[in-house]
Ligand binder design. Structure first.
Ligand code: NAD
Length: 366
């Protein structure tokens, strides 16, 4: 079956791409962006390009390579969170050197959030930095990981502990690639979309409540992705290095990173974020910041979206250990981003360990 047809029939429209010009680099959201990618590279006179891709999206990477100068290499790597490590970066750097990539070359990274973080980091270090274009193929990558310039990998001590701030020169959210994203990844990626909707409130949140009963394959993904990117971009714009308002984007993430660490990355990032959002709500209720009514609204949305709210199989102490290693900890004290209401979120809230432990315990059950 013709792929364009299959994507349209899956409810993913082939409308004109949406251009978001809020950041120092262009962000384009739409289906089948081969022409847009080629035109962007041409406009910058970037003739030498190498594609790095997650092996699972090789088919998409080759399709995009076809629109680029003949002979553009495609280098594929098996990825996944457990491979988001320095040893994989080394393998990528070796492959770039072997392919004869030089400082006049541009790296186009194709894949989900792991690919973006890892290839972005490799591009930032290769020959002290070559330009990086991010072509995002998962919901998490499109709405979050590709935008904002955070790159890096996990260490044994915790998630994302080695990395660099390094902006891409362009981001393309290739909506048609969601057609091959497994249903579970498509759904769990909504954890980050809900996070952005809590930060923004208003229509961003009610739209998700309205869409929740529809099949995910029928969602207007280009509009949803573009809105999420706009919400993130507004926070990233004036705070590139995360010293201020950008921290709000970590809503639910201290818990999420602790859960991912404690489950040895069995939980996907999106699933952990969903549970982390519930945990942030529970903690905010204990701090008397957040009403039970608002919390019920949040839980109702996560439930309707069939996102996880608990996990039976983790050690509480493991989560606390992962949280302590989180970059958001300062002088050993855990500080949280917590909601006051849907649409009103506060950062830098220190919470006693005993309260955090009690909330983590609650996450074993619904
Ligand atoms: N840098 C940031 O600001 C930032 C923000 C959010 C998340 N992240 C990171 O992103 C990662 C999570 O991203 P993710 O959920 O995309 O994980 P992922 O990259 O591992 O992708 C999830 C799974 O889907 C597969 N996949 C991706 N796109 C596909 C497609 N179109 N078709 C078929 N299979 C596809 C991947 O191979 C993988 O198996 C985490 O490591 C997280 O820390 C980074």
């Amino acid at each position: 079956m013709n792929r364009r047809h299959s994507v349209e029939s899956a409810g993913m429209p082939c409308r004109a791409p949406l251009h978001i010009d809020m950041l120092p680099y262009p962000v384009v959201v739409g289906a089948f962006l081969e022409r847009e990618v080629a035109a962007f590279l041409n406009s910058r006179s970037m003739k030498r390009v190498v594609l790095l891709c997650d092996r699972r999206v090789e088919e998409h990477a080759y399709r995009y390579a076809e629109a680029l100068p003949k002979g553009t290499p495609v280098l594929a790597f098996p990825l996944g969170e457990r491979r988001k490590r320095l040893r994989t970066v080394e393998a990528v750097l070796d492959a770039l050197a072997e392919a004869g990539v030089d400082r006049q070359s541009t790296v186009l990274g194709v894949g989900g959030g792991v690919a973006g973080d890892l290839f972005g980091f490799a591009a930032a270090s290769y020959m002290r930095g070559v330009p990086f274009v991010n072509l995002a193929t998962s919901v998490v990558a499109m709405v979050d990981a590709s935008v904002g310039g955070k790159t890096g990998v996990d260490l044994a001590a915790g998630k994302n502990l080695a990395g660099a701030f390094c902006d891409p020169i362009a981001v393309f959210a290739a909506i048609e690639t969601l057609d091959t994203l497994p249903a579970r990844q498509l759904r769990e990626g909504l954890g980050e979309v809900v996070k952005h909707a809590i930060l923004e409130g208003g229509v961003a949140f009610t739209r998700l409540e309205e869409l929740a009963s529809l099949s995910l394959r029928a969602w207007p993904w280009d509009a949803i992705v573009a809105e999420s990117i706009r919400i993130k971009s507004a926070l990233v714009l004036d705070d590139r290095l995360e010293s201020g308002r950008r921290e709000l984007l970590n809503l639910g993430h201290t818990f999420a990173h602790g859960l991912e660490y404690a489950t040895d990355y069995r939980l996907s990032h999106g699933a952990a974020v969903s549970i982390g959002l519930r945990a942030a709500g529970l903690l905010a209720i204990r701090r008397k910041m957040f009403s039970r009514e608002e919390h019920r609204r949040l839980i109702s949305l996560l439930t309707q979206l069939k996102l996880p709210l608990h996990d039976e199989d983790f050690e509480t102490e493991g989560v606390l250990e992962g949280m302590a290693a989180d970059k958001k900890a300062r002088n050993g004290a855990l500080r949280f981003v917590l909601p006051r209401a849907i649409g009103e979120v506060e950062r830098g809230i220190a919470v006693p360990l005993s309260t955090v432990r009690a909330v983590v315990e609650r996450l074993h059950t619904v």
